[in-house]
Design a protein around this ligand. Structure first.
Ligand SMILES: Cc1cc2nc3c(=O)[nH]c(=O)nc-3n(C[C@H](O)[C@H](O)[C@H](O)COP(=O)(O)O)c2cc1C
Length: 157
């Protein structure tokens, strides 16, 4: 399955948090909603649990280095926002200056998906800054050799 690669961000106590997410899909046109799945292991997941909101930043196709920066390091260990240009969106969540575009939203509902929480997110803002630019997808991520970390391989058949 292909899906868009995004950086999901949130903010708490003036501090920014964010991680790479590829488990994301459209859910509803009216009202506008998407489904975003975050791993229980991630710091960003923990914070979203409390803030109940997020910004979803589209990754430019020419920024494959964002995969490792946002997807292979935890905010528990390093400040992923150091040296990254960003500003608070309308809901206060970090909007990355170099993102192709972004949407913001509030968590409407959450269910337990297994090792990820499945969040229905109602959109409050959408901005496409570079309409003609391609965005990074999961196929691109796999082509660059990046896979979902911390996920045990399936049992042998
Ligand atoms: C290709 C790729 C796809 C990923 N997809 C997701 C995802 O859909 N949901 C998620 O919660 N984490 C996903 N991750 C993992 C997180 O981005 C990663 O664990 C990150 O370091 C968590 O950072 P944090 O602890 O600062 O939140 C993915 C990582 C990679 C490399």
């Amino acid at each position: 399955m292909n899906s868009t690669c995004v950086v999901v961000t949130t903010a708490e106590g003036g501090n920014p948090y964010g991680c790479l997410v590829t488990f994301i899909v459209s859910a509803s046109i009216q009202p506008r909603r998407v489904v975003v799945m975050t791993s229980y292991e991630n710091l960003t997941h923990e914070v979203i649990e409390r803030t109940g909101n997020m910004a979803i930043n589209l990754i430019p196709a020419d920024k494959p280095d964002w995969l490792s920066h946002w997807g292979y390091q935890s905010g528990r260990d390093i400040d992923k926002f150091e040296g990254v240009e960003w500003h608070p969106g309308e809901n206060g969540c970090p909007v990355l200056a170099e993102a192709t575009g972004h949407i913001e939203g509030d968590v409407v509902d959450t269910i337990d998906g297994g090792d990820h929480a499945v969040r229905l997110v109602g959109l409050t803002t959408a901005q496409l800054k570079r309409p003609k630019s391609a965005t990074l997808s999961m196929i691109d991520a796999l082509a660059h050799g990046w896979e979902e970390p911390n996920v045990a391989p399936p049992p042998p058949r």
